[in-house]
Design a protein around this ligand. Structure first.
Ligand code: DX5
Ligand code: ZN
Length: 218
């Protein structure tokens, strides 16, 4: 399968949101990555339902929603109604993760779990066959523009082994500090989806930057 690029809208220009959504539509990007932060699970608040509704109304590609919120079960149906195709919750925010995953699927979405940098991939051993996606955080969640944590490569390889051993078809997504410097090594280690925020939207030509990233890892 070809490796996927998911620009993170958190780094877009919110004053020109429709323009940046169209830019992603017209680019070589595969998914929209949407970061929802509640100011409790992470020390920052991003945006909520009305903004996601506006994004969805223009987006023509898969909408990958990354929830950085406590007790995400409360909003599963809401995100399905808002057009999320993939809903990712944090392992660290879910007491009954298996139940949460089943609820996401029952609402017609693909289910993902994100792991903070300190959380080992082995915690997902008993649930890996239920997961469509695992998001390895390569920064501490909460902010765009942080530097990539090098330990991520090791985690990607370990997760790849775990997925292969379980004969699962789970995708590995990397989120945080992705650039043209680490993209190749990440996909060689087993990553399937690269999220990139600042590297794309703060570049001079985001469309070209997306195409470059796509070319580097495919
Ligand atoms: C961080 C978010 C990321 C962020 C990535 O909490 O989950 O998706 O937008 O941004 P960059 O690519 O700038 O690190
Ligand atoms: Zn994210």
């Amino acid at each position: 399968m070809s490796k996927l690029i998911a620009p993170s809208i958190l780094a877009a220009d919110f004053g020109n949101l429709q323009r940046d959504v169209e830019l992603v539509n017209d680019s070589k990007a595969d998914w929209f990555h949407i970061d929802i932060m509640d100011g409790v699970f992470v020390p920052n608040i991003s945006f909520g339902m009305p903004v996601l509704k506006a994004i969805s109304s223009h987006a023509k590609k898969t909408i990958d929603v990354h929830l950085m919120i406590v007790d995400p079960d409360r909003y599963i149906k809401t995100f399905a109604d808002l057009g999320a195709d993939i809903l990712t919750v944090h392992y660290e925010a879910c007491t009954h993760l298996h139940r949460t995953i089943q609820a996401i699927k029952a609402n017609g979405m693909k289910a993902g779990v994100a792991l903070n940098p300190h959380t080992p991939v082995t915690v997902l051993e008993d649930i890996i066959n239920d997961l469509d996606l695992v998001c390895i955080m390569s920064v501490n969640p909460g902010f765009g523009g942080q530097s990539f944590i090098e330990n991520t490569y090791k985690k990607v390889s370990q997760l790849k082994e775990l997925i292969t051993a379980a004969n699962a078809s789970t995708l590995i997504e990397i989120d945080g500090g992705v650039t043209n410097k680490n993209a190749k090594q990440l996909t060689e280690a087993g990553a399937d989806v690269l999220v990139a925020g600042s590297f794309v939207f703060k570049s001079d030509n985001p469309t070209e930057t997306i195409a470059d990233l796509k070319a580097i890892c495919n």
